[in-house]
Design a protein around this ligand. Structure first.
Ligand code: SF4
Length: 250
């Protein structure tokens, strides 16, 4: 069963390689991590106070009652169709952690439909789950991999899955990394990112400033740009946050 937190768009992709591209987002519910280190405080529907990332409403199953459930991918396609404008947009599969659904046949059929109908399809993932590639069309998926660093407060073994990262880079036509850091974390980030990349095939790397408001992004961006330049990485802003702060569904 596919559990969808929200569908929204058309809007622009706000970060990474395809920033500015008109896109419709399908946000899946559930995540295999909690990332308390990202320090976004929230309350669950039953009143429990917790700390996680800015997508807590999609990653935490405490919000599951608010998610839409689809047993057939065709019903989800129909729903997404309501958001599609009369020109071609990118489809972005995000979460939570959408690769939790990778082994679900309905998930694969959803991806296959978009690829075979010439949509550019991005999957935004933390890259930590075991996945296998079985079909030729899967090469065309653009994987935007945000491997978590120690600032997420998740254990290394859970965050970094070399087997999956290698499989994605080797099998697909294009993939890239996005590492999220704030200025206080930069001294540690340098070594952690190098350690992760050292055992992987070459891949494009973007560094992004941490923050769920324009004010926090502003605070971090200049130092993150300098860090990217010093290390030969690309910088990615988070345009949607600059424009809309942490407003949802835009
Ligand atoms: S992996 Fe991503 S979606 Fe999941 S808790 Fe961490 S930051 Fe949030």
């Amino acid at each position: 069963m596919l559990e969808i937190n929200e569908i929204f768009g058309p809007t622009i992709q706000g970060e990474g390689k395809k920033v500015g591209t008109p896109s419709v987002f399908i946000r899946f519910g559930k995540c295999n991590m909690q990332c308390a280190g990202f320090e976004v405080e929230y309350e669950t529907p039953s009143g429990t106070k917790k700390c996680s990332c800015d997508s807590f409403y999609a990653s935490d199953i405490a919000f599951r009652d608010f998610w839409s459930k689809y047993t057939n991918h065709k019903d989800l396609l129909k729903e997404v169709e309501k958001y599609l404008p009369n020109y071609k947009v990118d489809i972005v599969i995000t979460g939570g952690e959408p690769l939790l659904y990778w082994d679900d046949l309905e998930f694969q059929k959803l991806l296959e439909y978009y690829i075979l109908n010439d949509y550019n399809l991005t999957i935004e993932t933390n890259g930590s789950l075991d996945i296998d590639f079985k079909y030729d069309w899967q090469k065309k998926i653009l994987f935007s991999i945000s491997v978590k660093l120690s600032n997420s407060k998740e254990p290394l073994k859970k965050r970094v899955n070399n087997k999956t990262l290698k499989a994605i880079i080797n099998f697909t036509d294009q993939a890239y990394f996005k590492f999220v850091v704030d200025k206080e974390f930069l001294p540690l980030a340098s070594k952690e990112i190098k350690d992760i990349l050292s055992s992987l095939p070459a891949c494009e790397v973007y560094i992004m400033p941490l923050g769920d408001t324009a004010k926090i992004i502003d605070k971090n961006s200049l130092d993150v740009i300098k860090f990217a330049l010093e290390n030969g990485y690309k910088y990615s802003d988070r345009l949607h946050i600059r424009v809309w702060d942490n407003k949802r569904g835009v």
